[in-house]
Design a protein around this ligand. Sequence first.
Ligand SMILES: NC(=O)c1ccc[n+]([C@@H]2O[C@H](COP(=O)([O-])OP(=O)(O)OC[C@H]3O[C@@H](n4cnc5c(N)ncnc54)[C@H](O)[C@@H]3O)[C@@H](O)[C@H]2O)c1
Length: 373
Amino acid sequence: MTEARSRRTVAGIIGTGFMGEVHARAIRRSGAELRRVVGSTPERSREAGERLGLDRFTDDLATLLADPEIDVVHVCTPNATHAEFVRAILDAGKHVICEKPLAVTADEADDLTRRADAAGLVATVPFVYRFYPMVREARARLASGASGEVRLLHGSYLQDWLAQTDDDNWRVSAEHGGASRAFADIGVHWCDLLEFVTGHRITRVTARTLIAMPERAGRPVTTEDAAVLLLETDRGATGTLTVSQISPGRKNRLWFSVDAARESLSFDQENPDSLWVGGRDVNQQLLRGARPAAGAASYDVLPAGHPQGYQDCFDAFVRDTYAALRGGKPDGLPTFADGLRAARITAAVIESAATGTWVDIDELHTPEQELIA
Ligand SMILES: NC(=O)c1ccc[n+]([C@@H]2O[C@H](COP(=O)([O-])OP(=O)(O)OC[C@H]3O[C@@H](n4cnc5c(N)ncnc54)[C@H](O)[C@@H]3O)[C@@H](O)[C@H]2O)c1
């Protein structure tokens, strides 16, 4: 075993807001060392370092990257900054976790994915809803054939934190968040989750977007508050999705139903320890921990009846990413390829909303596929 493999993983973070804190907890819970954090200014870096109890202060990303013991850097900054930071991290030969959306355009996401592949570094994107045990349960049930052929996918991802005209955030600005807001911010999670659970790939979409408040905080708004999609998959299923950041009372309602030939499976992120299984004769509410399917048990970290949640998903995602750094191959780890796929679906949503037509999703061309072609 090399020295690098025998010592614990050492991590750094750029971006010290909501996600920076979530990642910091996950890093520590994985048993890794959080060594350095970088904010938008040296003062913010220092404040965050103090808050997180670090014994060294790091003014900028260059200083973080110059630390030879840092194995992996977590990018938790606004969307438009991701590409520049990820390139610098990969150039420094470090593994990277980059928040979604991986980049604000599909071309940029493609470039980052190719660079990570070429460098042979682990590069993941936190599509963390994959890590709920009951999501793994649904996936295992569908993969086993118990549910039958998947026919219909439907659901929503609804929030309310931008429901008022004076609600504002960097995400509202296309310059910082990208051309798509609600879909790129949360709709991509739903699409990733449904592809993960069913194994289907979304092949085309037609989308309509809504800007309910064309002005916020005195500034014109060009990014969508909500989006509705019709979609089709490569294995003959069809579906609908509603995404909104302006639905009063809906805090983080990621909900789906996969309606297959023998049963429907339904999951609600706000009540994540259960999975509803609907049948013609009997409906069941499966509870986490009761009889976990193969592949779900390792994500069950608390005894049944002690609710697990969002942070537990992050802990599992970071744990699995770090296992990959050590040569492991954890099942269902979302990588840059998945971030690129989300960027391509986003590009199709933007195009469809502008043209009113169906738009095909470009398939991922991995370097391997290019060699075969
Ligand atoms: N995977 C998920 O479930 C999930 C959930 C929420 C947000 N996100 C993503 O995480 C990222 C951050 O979102 P957030 O909610 O934490 O935002 P936030 O506004 O809470 O935090 C962003 C932080 O980045 C810092 N920052 C801005 N520019 C910077 C720069 N040039 N250098 C260093 N730091 C800089 C800001 O000071 C702030 O502390 C976004 O890409 C977002 O889409 C992912």
